[in-house]
Design a protein around this ligand. Structure first.
Ligand SMILES: [Mg+2]
Length: 267
């Protein structure tokens, strides 16, 4: 498959700017979706293209994920000098040149910590009778996972219960994804992550007109894609409604785009 000519023209303009931010969702974008999240890994050609782009001092790479900042799958995907913005924007961090992850803990207020504890307990109760479902605990959220549930109706009922009961609690932001319901007590979005990366987080000062490319596949990526301006490039992976200008089918196509940018940058 070759790159759409209009997208290729946009990539060429993007590569010619003095500097650029490349912000990438992980699951479904760099790494194919797999049944067990801990098994997710970037495609080899994606990883190779990221390594090349990381060599370019005028490319600012960021991974933007719903996963927790410290998630090993994100670490494996991120070359040195890549920013990682975890928990949908609530947990910013940075992979230093020596490979060490520099992070500030998410700042939660006392009432947010208590609310998180209540969410954990109630989510466990809701999942207990539904075989295959499980609760992931993140620093600022709990996630109800239903992908392994054998019966689709059981999975849908559990997702609805989590959304309607826990999502309605004051101070909770609920996000329904692909066979997951995330219940967050922090209020950052992937749009906030893009705003942070646009400034050159954490070490660099970027000009206000530095263009951003964002690639995402899920509903939460729309917060990031919707924050883009005319000089930016928004790309949606796969089906579903989007405000992105461009669409590609899968992570293989993302690898082609990243390799094309590396070619254009001569790295
Ligand atoms: Mg995704």
């Amino acid at each position: 498959m070759s790159i759409d000519p209009e997208l290729d023209a946009a990539l060429t303009r993007f590569a010619a700017a003095p500097a650029r931010v490349i912000a990438l969702d992980f699951d479904g974008v760099l790494a194919p979706i797999v049944p067990r999240p801990e098994d997710a890994a970037p495609l080899p050609e994606v990883r190779a293209a990221l390594e090349r782009l990381a060599q370019d001092p005028a490319v600012h790479l960021g991974l933007v994920s719903g996963r927790a900042l410290g998630d090993p799958a994100l670490r494996r995907a991120a070359p040195p000098s890549t920013a990682i913005i975890g928990s949908h924007g609530a947990e910013p961090g940075f992979v230093q040149d020596d490979g060490h992850l520099a992070a500030g803990p998410p700042v939660l207020q006392e009432d947010q910590r208590a609310l998180l504890q209540r969410l954990r307990e109630r989510a466990e109760e809701l999942c207990a009778p539904v075989s295959g479902s499980w609760v992931e605990e993140k620093p600022t959220a709990v996630v109800v996972h239903t992908r392994p549930v054998p019966d689709d109706d059981d999975a849908a009922a559990l997702e609805r219960a989590a959304l309607e009961e826990l999502g309605a609690l004051s101070g909770v932001r609920a996000i329904a994804g692909k066979r997951v319901v995330e219940l967050s007590v922090a209020h950052a979005t992937k749009g906030d992550a893009v705003t942070l990366l646009r400034t050159g987080f954490p070490t660099r000062e970027l000009a206000d007109d530095t263009p951003v490319m964002y690639i995402g596949d899920d509903v939460t990526d729309e917060d990031a894609l919707g924050s883009l301006g005319p000089a930016d490039i928004g790309i949606k992976v796969g089906d579903g409604e989007t405000t992105a200008t461009y669409r590609v089918p899968d992570p293989v196509a993302v690898g082609q785009i990243l390799a094309r940018l590396a070619d254009l940058r001569g790295v």
